[in-house]
Ligand binder design. Structure first.
Ligand code: NDP
Ligand code: MG
Length: 396
């Protein structure tokens, strides 16, 4: 029996994880569930999965949850704040930690799980983008097992040869006969929208992804393709490769989830429904396979597959992320922080869709040569960039 902690249980990935766990009560036991403020949802999850612990980032929400659980006669113990999340991520009884908090808020609990050598299922790509080398060094030092949940990286992982799956970030692609990783992306809801109407894009349009149902922040990132940019950086760290080893390919149908090209001319792809329960089930059971509640693919009803290059004018954020990746850790930390501030401002209708990349670009230009290697440097740069981005927003 594996004991599972879900950081960000009430989100899109958290709920998909619980859906897979619910189908395998003989293999997995939910040890702890966490959220930020969503008391009612976490309470309902606690009632269904009876975890030993729950935690809320927000102390007032934690008190409310504690009262509701007590009144319902539940034995679940409630913790709060970043300390509470960190304690659960590092809990001695935890075997598997699903890192599914959105954004930089997930960094410290995710690192806490890594430092305890847990099996870490990484959905929270921002944590890796922010800390790259430091994160991977900690994985190696503490003997943690890092399994990608992001569908593209999970697909690439599935297409890698076994020795690379076992020691991926310590070896190089070329040692395994791999010539290139083909990172696919749908292109989001605005793949065919006229560029001159981008300034009028509404929040409702931006979060309506054609193929995937996801949280709001990643949905906007998919519309700007910052998501693919963050994934490009994520892939470089996870698979220890250079920028030239990765090609971004637009595949609007989202059935191929990414591919690995080998030097002998073979291309291995992983295909499936656009449903995160497939990569989640894969990583939960790895190296075994378990069933997931996902509909099987039916090739006679699928649309034709098409492929396209991403246009720079349509997706400036993708190219900013690639530039940041070339510039180094300070640049990627700063870009991630700027983007979180800009996307939050767009979601609250303070800025236009097209302003997101402008804020990101200005922050990247300002901070790209900053050095950030220790965790303290990284957290300070993250805070400084957020302050600068908010200052830019205030001048609009
Ligand atoms: P959601 O917004 O749906 O969920 C976010 C979760 O994190 C919620 O449980 C939320 O709690 C919690 N949370 C938010 N802010 C904080 C905070 N400050 N401190 C602690 N917990 C917090 O996001 P998604 O599930 O869509 O995404 C989660 C991560 O997975 C992201 O990094 C995303 O990029 C990645 N990912 C997501 C995919 C998807 O299909 N959704 C696909 C690939 C990667 P509350 O409900 O209380 O706010
Ligand atoms: Mg993805």
């Amino acid at each position: 029996m594996k004991h599972v902690v879900i950081l960000g249980a009430t989100g899109s990935i958290g709920c998909s994880t619980l859906s897979v766990l619910a189908a395998h009560p003989d293999r997995f036991r939910v040890l702890a569930l966490t959220a930020a403020t969503g008391v009612d949802k976490l309470f309902a999850q606690c009632q269904q999965f009876t975890p030993r612990f729950a935690a809320m980032q927000d102390p007032a929400a934690a008190l409310l949850l504690q009262k509701k659980l007590k009144d319902a006669g539940s034995a679940t113990e409630v913790l709060s704040g970043t300390e509470g999340l960190v304690a659960l991520a590092a809990h001695p009884q935890a075997d598997i930690v699903m890192a599914a908090i959105v954004g930089a808020a997930g960094l410290l609990p995710t690192l806490a799980a890594v430092e305890q050598g847990k099996t870490v299922l990484l959905a929270n790509k921002e944590a890796l983008v922010m800390t790259g080398e430091l994160f991977m060094q900690k994985v190696a030092k503490h003997g943690a097992t890092l399994l990608p949940i992001d569908s593209e990286h999970n697909a690439i992982f599935q297409c890698l040869p076994l020795p690379m799956q076992q020691a991926g970030h310590l070896t190089r692609l070329s040692e395994h006969g791999i010539s290139r990783l083909l990172l696919t992306g749908s292109g989001g809801p605005f793949l065919n929208r006229p560029l001159d109407s981008f300034a009028q894009i509404t929040v409702a349009e931006a979060v309506a992804h054609p193929n995937w149902t996801m949280g709001q922040k990643i949905s906007v990132d998919s519309a700007t393709m910052m998501n693919k940019g963050l994934e490009f950086i994520e892939a470089r760290w996870l698979f220890n490769c250079a920028a030239a080893d990765i090609q971004v390919v637009i595949h609007p149908q989202s059935i191929i989830h990414s591919m690995v090209q080998y030097t002998d001319g073979s291309v291995l792809a992983q295909l499936g429904q656009p449903d995160m329960r497939t990569p989640i089930a894969h990583a939960l059971a790895f190296p075994e396979r378990i069933s997931s509640p996902v509909q099987p693919l039916d090739f006679f009803t699928l649309q034709s597959f098409t492929f396209k290059q991403p246009e720079a004018a349509r997706y400036p954020n993708l190219y900013l992320a690639m530039a940041a990746s070339a510039a180094g850790q300070g640049a990627t930390t700063a870009l991630n922080a700027a983007n979180e501030v800009a996307v939050a401002a767009f979601l609250t209708e303070k800025i236009a869709f097209t302003t997101i990349s402008k804020i990101n670009e200005q922050c990247l230009n300002y901070f790209q040569s900053y050095q950030a290697s220790s965790l303290d440097d990284i957290l300070a740069l993250d805070a400084e960039t957020r302050a600068y981005a908010r200052q830019l927003l205030g001048m609009l």
